[in-house]
Structure formats: C-alpha cells, structure tokens
Design a protein around this ligand. Sequence first.
Ligand code: HEM
Length: 507
Amino acid sequence: MVLDTGHVEAPRLILLALAALLGWTAWRVLYNQYFHPLAHFPGPRWAARTRLWLAYMEVYRGISLSDIRYQLHKKYGDIVRITPDELHFANPEAFGDIYNAQNKWDTDFRFYRAFDMDAAALCMVKYEAAKERKDVLSPLFSRQSTIKMQELLQTKVDNFCSALKAQHATKMASDLSLGFRCLAMDTITEFCYGRSINVTSTPNFQADLVFALDEMLPVITLSKYFIVIIWLVRNMPRRLASYLGSPTLSSLFKLQDMLKEQIDGILRDPAQLEESLYPTIYHRLLSPAAHKGRPLPSKLSLFHEAQVLLHAGAGPVGMSLTTTVHHVLNIPGAQESLRAELRSVWPDINTPPRYEVLEKLPFLTAIVREGFRLFPGGASLPRVVPPGGAIISGVHIPGGTVVGQSFTFVQHAEAVFTDAHAFIPERWLGENAKPPEASTVAFSRGPRSCLGINLAHCEIYLTLASLFRRFEMRVDTSRPVDLTYKEHYVASFPGEHLHVFCKPIGV
Ligand code: HEM
C-alpha cells in the first residue's frame, strides 16, 4: 500500500489539531482526577479536574473566593483540593507551616502574573529575586526611616482632617471609606515618589483614581485564569480601554504617565535625586551600593515597582482604617475612652504627639491590633512546596503543590480568638492578653511578608489619634454601612460606605 503524505488539506490539519487538543485535555482531566499526586485529597470533583471550575465559581458566578473556601472546608474538612494542583488549609496551625522565616518558597506565577507587573518585588515569583529587591528597598521602609518621616505623614493626616472639617461645615457626613483611601494614596505617593497626588482635596473624596483601582480588581481576578486578558489589557489602545471601561480609568492612565515621566526624568538626569528633601524609592532602586555590584533595575522594573507600591500601600491601609473606625464607633463609649487616653498625651490640640508616644498608649494599641485582626485583608497567598515536599498541618504534601491559607482562617478562628467575629480591644490588654505578634498575621509572615508594615503602623496610629482627638464622630445611620467583603487579591468592600459626621473639637 502506498501512503500519500504529500498533500494534507488545511481543514484536515485543523481537525487533527483539534482532535489532539481534545485528546490531551481528556487525558489531563483523567490524570488530574485519578493519577495526580493530589488525587487522594478531598474536594469537588470538578475542582480536581480543571482550574476552570474555580474560574466558573469566582468569575462567572461571582462568588467571593473567601466564601468558596469556607463552604468547601465545611463540606470536605481541613484540607481541600481547590484546583488540580492547589490545596487550601483550614487548621490555623497550617499558617505557621506555610508562612515562616525558614520557608524560602517560590510563589505561584498564575496568581502573581495577573498584575502584569512581574518586575516588582511583590510579583516576583522566585524567592531569590524578590529577596534581592526587598533588601534594596527595606531601609526606606524600616522603623527608623518611618519614624524620621513621620512629620511628612502627619502633614497628610492634617490635610485630611482639614477636609473633614470643611465637609462638616456644610453639614454633610464624610465618606470615610473613600477618605481613608485618598489619605493613604496621598501618603504613599509622597513617601515613595516624593510627589503627593493630593487626592484628599477632591470634593467629598470622590477621587477617580480610587474608583479606577476598584474597577481593575475584577480584571485582575479574570487574568488569574485567562492569560490572554493580561495581553489584551497590556496592548489595548488607551482610547478603547477608556471607551470599554468607565471614565475613571483615565485617572489611572494619568498616574501611569506621571510615573513614567518622573522615571524618565530621573534616568535622564540622576542628579535630580540630590534635590529631594528626603529619600524616595528611586534613591534606593538606583543606588549602585544598594545593589552590591548587581545591575540596576530596568526602566520597566522601576515603573512596575512604583505602581505596585501604590496598590500594595494604599488599599490595605485605607480599608483597614475603615474596618477599625467602623467597629470603634459601634461600641458605646469607646471613642470617649480613646479620646480620654489621647488627651493624656495630647493636651494642646494644636500639638500632636509623635508616633513613639502614641504607640505606647494601651487602648489605642489594642484598637489598632483588633482592627488588623478583623480586617479581612490577605487572600490565600499561594506558595509552591519545594521538590522534597513539606509537612503542613501534620500531613505530607508533595513537592510542586501550590499551598495557601487565607489569613481569616487564623484571624477569625474561634480556636484562636474567643468570640472571633466581635471587635473586642480588651483581648489585647491585661494579664491574659494575646501576644502582640498575633495581630501581625495580617501582614503575612516569612520572607514575603509585608515590606510596608512599619509605615502602615505609623500611618494608622497617626490617623486614628488625630481622628479621635480632633473630632466627635457620629455614624450617619441613614446609610447603614455594609463591610461585607469580596476577595480579589486583597479584600474590597463593594457595599455601602462608612459615612460619619465628624464634628471638630475646639480644644
Ligand atoms: C494595613 C496595611 C497593610 C497590610 C494589611 C498589608 C499586608 C500585606 C501582605 C499580607 C503582604 C504579603 C503579600 C504576598 O505574599 O503576596 C504584603 C506584602 C507587601 N506589602 Fe503590604 N500591607 C499593608 C501596607 C503596606 C504598605 C503601607 C506598603 C508600602 C508600600 C506595603 C507594601 C508591600 C509590599 C511591597 C509587599 C510585597 C513583599 C514581598 O513580596 O516580598 N504594604 N502586605
């Protein structure tokens, strides 16, 4: 028999390719369910077969990933296979097994690439690369450096308080959900770039940039599952993006232009950095000494880092403040007790105390800690178990498995905190107080933990102190706040904002 291999028509080729793809997919699905090293872990059958199950739940059905996890653990127990190669753990002890100083584990690229900023520390998948970058930036974010810069942070808080006063003068309740995020943005941009974007001065805190960042959240979630979205967003002409999105997107483009222009300027003329009154991220990122002979970051890397710091630094601070203030205002007498404590170190209203004084106040500190605990901030940040495998929650987990635990499984666990969903600052006070480090779970642990932990603490202490010392606050009950959270990368609060009447205190 003679086989004619000379001419295969295009349609037949396409059919063959489709058949091969179908065959491969069928095999992959079968393999994932029956032969995969994680095949014996419990979870929904479709979750074991394909990542598309989670995409369907999160993107198509719009269920918050945090709710999906809680439902799965309720049904399947402590360890759940949530995608073919990923396990999530409910037992709070797993947290220390995954996120600790010894584990130099890589992160999961599918999660972090969704930001399309892989040349920034936060999104670097490899432990070594992220460590090098963090070592360069860390001195800027150290406790010492933050303490030195606190006057700068206080000026941002003062501007914010002036805006609250002006809003109160018109008898309106202030939207603190937006206000705190504006304040955090002004602070982070001043701190990182040496240029504040001054969104706190936007009427009623309705800053387009805040809305634009929210608008990007579902896109980031979609990108986790479909890489093509990243490519589309990256290459889409701006006019088309603005047309498809909302008008607020143009504010994001403006910010990007500002950063690009700033970076171009500094690269053209590095001497500009010497004119700055205080160090910025560029002083560190472009310092040959800080890089110890390694090449300096590319222009793209500078751009990614600058953007990521805004995302990482502004959202969580703003939302954590919203959570804390909402809870304090819900406890009768709490703001009065806090004010009394603040007056003891801040008698003259025109002379705010320093951060070092504030952080020694027991009740304020308890409130800050309890606020961090109840803030549902961190997602389940995926880490990849190294080739030898690891013991997590007492079980051997094979190398290559993606593992994670959402922080709420520790922070809101009844086994760790009695009456875990209630805001009880007293749990951090007195003889039986929880150890302070229990509140820092919110910043993660280990080598990939938060770079901005000192800055965040300083911002939050200064803001809460000014707010409660300078204003008598009353929640606008005509607009009941809804802090039900939706998890994207960090929590977002899509419900009704926190509106508060902030009446200035004269003395
Ligand atoms: C209440 C405020 C904050 C909370 C709860 C918080 C929480 C976190 C968490 C949970 C991580 C780990 C992320 C991961 O593993 O993917 C993280 C990382 C990070 N945070 Fe924060 N953060 C806060 C404020 C800030 C601030 C003010 C900055 C300053 C710019 C900042 C910069 C960063 C950076 C750069 C990383 C990446 C570190 C790495 O990948 O090694 N954060 N943060």
